[in-house]
Design a protein around this ligand. Structure first.
Ligand SMILES: [Zn+2]
Ligand SMILES: [Zn+2]
Length: 148
């Protein structure tokens, strides 16, 4: 590491629960950012979708002392919530062990680019019109390319 770097390209995203008891720093931009419209994400968010920023796990250092409560939703997927205010802070999926999925609502600031795709479009809420402009994915897996 050079000590005299005047310009740095390392992007820092702050991930924070509502009450502030959990504050994490991502030292790199998310590898992907999508809106997932599956039934689980709709129920998780209470909205038409959850916006997921997928960060490399190593980009978000965890001390292990964060006041988080883990909730195992399946044998592979564990969601982590602030123990104080209940905010969903990140989800770990054992099928993608190098990734942490962060609900974008917990990311501070405005440096995140807009989501690049819609997943699980076949499962979308009937009352929400996606509109045009972003690639759509669906089918049984939720991530097969669909015609827009
Ligand atoms: Zn909190
Ligand atoms: Zn989903």
């Amino acid at each position: 590491m050079s000590g005299s770097t005047a310009t740095t390209s390392s992007t820092v995203f702050s991930i924070r629960c509502y009450c502030g008891a959990v504050t994490l720093q991502a030292n790199a931009a998310p590898g992907s950012f999508v809106n997932c419209r599956c039934g689980q994400c709709r129920r998780l968010s209470g909205a038409a979708f959850t916006s997921w920023a997928s960060f490399a796990r190593e980009a978000i250092p965890l001390s292990g002392n964060e006041p988080l409560t883990a909730f195992k939703v399946s044998d592979k997927v564990t969601r982590h919530f602030c123990r104080v205010c209940g905010s969903h802070v990140f989800t770990f999926d054992g099928r993608l062990p190098k990734i942490l999925g962060v609900p974008a609502g917990a990311i501070e600031g405005s440096s995140l680019a807009p989501p690049s795709a819609h997943y699980f479009v076949d499962h979308k809420a009937a009352w929400y019109d996606i509109g045009v402009g972003q690639p759509r994915f669906g089918g049984e897996s939720g991530v097969q390319p669909l015609a827009s």
